[in-house]
Design a protein. Structure first.
Ligand code: HEM
Length: 218
């Protein structure tokens, strides 16, 4: 008796993340707050409120990355080029004024998101799920958000630095390198499944923030 082997597509982490969050991505993209923001139905204040929430999210995400790197456990997945907190602070200084730090408040969904990031900060594969969801999103759809915010609400470059990656000259090859790093993490099947599941959690946490922002700004 002969056995025939059925060729199977390679299951890389990056392809599993993309496929495993495709549905969540279109849900997030279609949310009222995001759709309203990119189609000019909201306001500069709504954009500013999003930037404020991003401060809490990236502070926690980047603290997690720094912790993994300090422990020598980041496997090259933490890139200085991606660091967003200084850009968000500078955007907020422009949007809210020099006393911006005294004027920011974080929504309950944002606090929940930040807490989840703290809980993921000693596990590289869980961190990877969150970093993937945010950074690849910023390098992709984020670029659309930037253009639309500038077009519809007249926000100058000083207020959208979050979407600029001055140390990354070409976004597409950088995203390919990022995916290669994800694929090189060497996860077993169970870790891979847990990472995709955590990315779905990350999308849900983002959606919850957009829902709360939508209730305030739509
Ligand atoms: C206006 C809203 C959005 C638009 C127009 C948009 C658009 C896009 C596009 C065109 C890509 C594909 C880029 C590529 O293959 O190189 C992409 C990828 C991605 N987006 Fe979005 N996006 C939006 C919102 C979001 C949100 C809210 C998140 C998560 C919080 C997100 C996370 C991602 C991720 C993780 C990827 C990488 C997918 C992959 O290749 O694995 N996006 N987005």
């Amino acid at each position: 008796m002969t056995t025939t082997s059925v060729p199977t597509a390679p299951t890389t982490l990056s392809s599993c993340l993309r496929e495993g969050t495709r549905e969540q991505h279109s849900q997030a993209e279609g949310m009222e707050f995001i759709d309203g923001l990119v189609n000019g139905r909201l306001s500069r204040e709504a954009y500013t409120a999003l930037a404020v929430q991003q401060l809490a999210i990236y502070t926690a995400l980047e603290a997690a990355g720094a912790q993994l790197r300090a422990a020598g456990a980041d496997q090259g997945l933490v890139f200085d080029e991606l660091t967003r907190v200084p850009a968000i602070e500078s955007d907020l200084a422009f949007l809210l004024g020099a006393d911006w730090a005294a004027r920011v408040t974080f929504l309950p969904a944002t606090q929940e998101y930040a807490q989840r990031l703290v809980a993921c900060s000693s596990d590289l594969s869980l961190y990877a799920a969150h970093a993937y969801t945010r950074y690849l999103g910023d390098l992709s759809g984020g670029q659309v958000v930037k253009r639309m915010v500038q077009r519809h609400y007249g926000v100058p470059d000083e207020g959208v630095g979050f979407y600029d990656f001055p140390q990354i000259h070409k976004l597409k090859p950088f995203k390919d390198v990022y995916r290669e790093r994800l694929d090189g993490l060497g996860l077993d099947d169970a870790q891979l499944a847990a990472t995709v599941e955590e990315a779905r959690v990350a999308f849900r946490l983002n959606q919850a923030v957009f829902a709360e922002l939508g209730a305030l700004h739509n």
